[in-house]
Structures are given as C-alpha cells and as structure tokens.
Design a protein around this ligand. Sequence first.
Ligand code: GLC
Length: 754
Amino acid sequence: MSRIIKPTIITMLFLVGFGCNTTKTPSHNKGISKSNSPFDAKIDSLMNLMTLQEKIGQTVMYSGDLTVTGPVVSNNNQKYVKEGAVGAMLNVFSAKATRDLQKIAVEDTRLGIPLLFGYDVIHGFKTIFPINLGLAASWDLEDIKKGSRIAAQEASAEGIHWTFAPMVDISRDPRWGRISESAGEDVYLASKIGKAYVEGFQGDDLSKHNTILATAKHFVGYGAAQAGREYHTVNMGQDELWNVYLPPFKATVDAGVETFMTAFNELNGVPATGNKYIFRNILKDKWNFKGFVVTDYFATNELVMHGYAKDRKEATKLAMEAGVDQDMMSNANHEYLEELVNEGQVDIELINDACRRILLTKYKLGLFDDPYRYSDKQREKEVIYKPEFLEAARQSAAMASVLLKNDDTSLPLNKTQTIALIGPLVKDKENIIGNWAAEGDRKGKAISIHQGIQEYLEDSKIVFAKGCDIEGNDESGFNAAIQAAKTADKVVMILGENYKMSGEAASRSSIKLPGSQTNLIKAIRKAVPNKKIVLVIMNGRPLDLSEEDILADAILETWFPGTSGGYGVADVLFGAYNPSAKLPVTFPRTIGQIPIYYNMKRAGRPNHNDNPNERYSSNYIDVRNSPLYAFGHGLSYTNYEYSDITLSSTTISFSDTLSVSATITNTGDYDGYEVVQLYIHDKVGSLTRPVKELKGFKKVFIKKGETITVNFDLTVEDLKYYNADLKFGVEPGEFQIAIKGTSDFDFKHSFKLE
Ligand code: GLC
C-alpha cells in the first residue's frame, strides 16, 4: 500500500535520532521514569522538540461520537486535533473515519504525532462472543484468548489501536449491572482470565497491525459499590483490597498490559481518579507499571461531583498528581494544565512522564513508522465476519452455557419430539449479543435460539408462542402459550433480561426475572403438570431462580451468547456439545443473601445452616445460608465420579512442592469436558482466611467409561496472602485440600506446612 508522508519534522528527526543518539537529555526531561525501551532515544528526541502545549495534547482524549458511551458528547472537540492538542480519540472506527482523522494529526500539525484510536472491544467487535461473565463460565483460557484475538483482528481492521478491556473488577453483587462484563467473584479465576484477555488482544508483538493495546479496568474496587448501586461508594479494608480486588490487576501487569483505566468510584473516601495511593504507590511504584493510565469517561470532572475537588481546575491538578496520564472527555487537561504548570501548581515533570508513557505506546504500535497501517480498507473487507470467526463464536457460546439443573435427563432434546418453544427471547436477535457489544449487529447477523433450533428440528416439530414480553405485566399471551404447551411433547422456554438491564448504569434492585415471565412459567407448569419444562435463561447477571428451580425440570444458563449464540445454545440443547461450563459467580436463593460468594470468611459462630435450631449461629432465620447454585457448579449430560485425592506428602516445608491428584471417571453415556477444580483452606492465619480458595483448575476431556488422573502441583507461593502488615507471605499450619467439580463440598483431606 503506497502512502506519501510529508517529510514532517518528526520524520526528519528520526533520521537523526535513529542514526546517532547525540541528544543529551535536556534539563526539563531529567529524572523522568525511563521505560528502558528501545524507543527511549526517539522519545527523547521528539520530546525535545515538543512545546508544553503539545505535550499536554498527548494527555487529552476526545470522543468522535460515532457511538456515545458517557454522559456528555464531544461536540466536535476533534477540531483540536489539527492544533496538536489531542493525543487520542475514542468511539471513532472504520478505515475511512480513522484515516481521515489521522491524516489531520499527521499532516496538518507541526510535529505530525499520530493519534491513538480507542474503543470498547469488550467481547467482540463485529463478531460478538458471549458476554464476559459467560466467557468466564467456560473456564477455557485458550478459548477466551482466541476470542479476544479475533476481536483484535476485526477491530484493528477498522482502525482501532486500543481496546478498553479487559474489565477485571471482582464482582460479587448481582444487583450491579457490570457484573456482566466481569470474570465473576473469584480472584484466581479472574486473574487467569485477565491474563488471557491481555495476551489475546496484545498478541506477542504490538508492532503487528492486528494486535491492539489492552486496558486493565476499572482500577480499583468498582465491583464493590455499596448495595450494588452503580458508581456508588466503595469502602474496604486492606485485607479485601490486597487479597481480593488488586490481584487480578496485578495479573494483567504481569501479562504486559499497556494501559489502565481509572474507576468512577471513590475508594475509602478518595475517588480513584484522584487516588495517589493506588496509581502512584501501588501501580507505578510497587508494580513498576510503565504503561499509561487513562481516566474513565469524564471522570476528572467528577472529582468535583464527588466533593474531592473544589473545581475542575483543582480536579485536573489532583488527577495529574495521582498519576493519571490521560484525560478522557473531561476537557480538563486541555483547559487547565498549561495554566497549572505556569502557576507552578503542577510539576512539568508529571506532564513529561505522562507524555512519554503515551508516546511509547504509539512507538510500540509502529504508528510513527506508518500512522495509517490500521486504517486499511482492503483488510477491513477481508477480515470482518470471517466464517471461522462466526464458528469460533458458536463454540464459545456452547462452552459458556451452564447446565444448572437436569432432572430425569430432560436434556438433551431429541429430534423426534415436538417442542413448544415459548418466551420473549425465543426469536430475539437484539438482546442476544448482550451489552457492550461494540459494532455487533442486533438485526440480521445475530442468530436467534429459534434459528439455532431450526437447524435440528423441522418447523413441523416446533410450536412457537411468545407468551409475554421481557418487561411489563401483560399476560394476554399466556393462553396461546398454554395451548402450545398442551400440543407439544416437551416445553422449552427462553426467558431472561434485555441487554439494557446489565452493563453500565444498569443496576437492578431486584434480581428476579423481569415482567410477568415467572407467572408465565407458573401458568405453563399448571397447564401441563406432567410435561418436561426446559428453561433457557438469557441474562447479564446471576438471577434469583428459586421459583423457577422448582417449576422447571432443566435449566440452562446461556448469559447473552453472542452473534452465533442461537447455534451454540442449540448445540447444547440437542447434545451436539455436552455442556461443560461452571458458574464463575454464585447464584443466590434470594437477594437478601447478597453479598454471597463461596470464598467467604468463617465467622466466630456456625454459619453452615445444617442445624436451623442452632440459635446462636450466623444463619438467617428465614432462608438457608447456602446459595441456590454454587460457584463452580455446572452439570454435564454425563457423570464424573471423583476419587479421593492422593497427596505426595501430608507435610511440606517452605521449599517443597506438594503434588495432589485425583482420578475422575466418566460413568455416563457421553464424552465430555470437565473443569476439575483445586481448592484449599488455610485453617489459621494472622488474618482470617476464606473457607475455600480456588488454587487451580484444568479443563479435561474424558471419554465415556474412561478414567483419568488429574494432578496439581502446589508450592508455598500458591498459599501466600497479604497479611495485616501487607507482607505477602504465609504462616506454617494446617491446610485443607480438595479436588472437585464444584465449590459445593466439605473438605476431607489436609496437609501441614512446617
Ligand atoms: C464508560 C465505561 C468504561 C468505558 C469508557 C469508554 O463510561 O465506564 O468502561 O471503557 O466509558 O467508553
């Protein structure tokens, strides 16, 4: 592809900078944290030429408003691009739109510094995969990496350099709508998944034109918003911060993530976007992070709303001092930073450090060599919606579907039976790709579950009735649904939420099925008391399915399964794919139990609820403590029998490795994958420890009748935690240990660390 670049100052500069590093670091660049990258000399040379305004420009991001993901729009702020006053744009996509803007930055500005184009490529760009909570349910790290690799290929073909993903917020509250974007409640699983996303998006070489910058977000604690209410206050102690909410972010740093995004919430009284402790002390100093930090949308200005800054100018100062490098959409850096530097209120070195970090990512992407390399019409045509991408999305949808219940083998369906296909989400194409679905198509391209089932059943064997809407109390469609149920051999109901009920700014005070859907399943159950009812749920959060659990014979949790979701879900319903998914998050019996998660603390009195008459216990008087479905729960069409575990020793020293194994036998009629999980419990610690901790998992294929042995190696590193003095370590003592297919078990074995 030929392209003419006007020999801008920067191009000529390279020839000098590249050839001989004659430029000494001038005084105003002294002391800046060098990235120790091969680009340092080039960055120095470029920064030597930059004015203060141009450096500030790199710390500014505006939206191109091709889609809107926040409370304000840009109002054409991209006009500042030609002044060199913008470093990045979000919500601009397509080879043409990105090329046009890039051309202004490269050819109309004094130094021709290319723009970064960022976008929320969260679970796909055009080919949409299951929502992230669903992808987490697959426990399939390779598949998660593959899906994000595909997303990066499609997004980069439309000019995107940078995705604002993965979201690695630990999420334990189903009322919070953004639990849908998370990897659920567990530190170990979310850390492994965060790493997989970063590796998928960034690939092994950022200079390739189909790899994009990833973003670890939202730093930190967003998922712990009080009452699950969006943007709400977060208060937590050091134990929870260091042992639960920080580790997944550290895992992304270890995986080489290039950027971080601030969280909207305050943390213990200090809003994240102004929080020096988390961005300077932890992220940039302790973790030695060399990438850059971008605010969330408009978040600098929100320091005023929080009551942490008296005005936007002070907010600008606080954010820059906190170690936040780029301002997304507050128009604060652009408006106040120069003044703050000239008044001596902000140290120029903070600007230099921010500018350096941002420039480094542009060098890594190869944008200085070829600013248009991602804006390629030809590649755009070739890459989007490749058949193998749509097939991969189908497989991911099947692997994400959790079989919660399956009495009397109500599933899989067979092709001889007529089914009544009932519910507002049967023919749905709009909601099936979920929230944060980038440029996914909510009309033609998405495959409904109805279309998926038609691949297996001819129309004569399908009796459809919508029954009701997702929302509202209209029950006028119940009779037709009841008639359909009466004429069929089996009932399959597709119920759930719409995609706007989860994701950002979508907290719910109820986690029941919305509208009259529960009444619909009650009416069907009453009308056909002896017929099998299979309930398929499409939703963005754990729901309270206590009533449905009684009414339905089988329940399949499909989340929002994506562009090929109808095919993937049908593959599971008809047994072409034997379900293997496991819950990455607890399903409560009732909202009153929230927060409820498997790796809770023991408390000082009984909390197991086995003896309801035990008065002085940590039990409710009106519901059991146990969840409806536990973390790690998920059934198969076959059965897996776990043997007792074998330990290489019952005592280990601090330098030993403990080998633990179990044999698992597939005793049923289907081959299948099983997610084998390793749990421990540190019985005594200088801080109390969770009753269970996931410390390993393996997704293994076991043929019917086959027995396999699964082995895990544990070292003292796996047992460490941050103690009261924030020392990462572990005390000698007794540890319980188990290998299971769910977190719902009692320990039987233990070992000693001496
Ligand atoms: C939104 C979200 C964030 C997203 C950003 C850009 O408000 O909080 O996750 O990446 O703005 O769209």
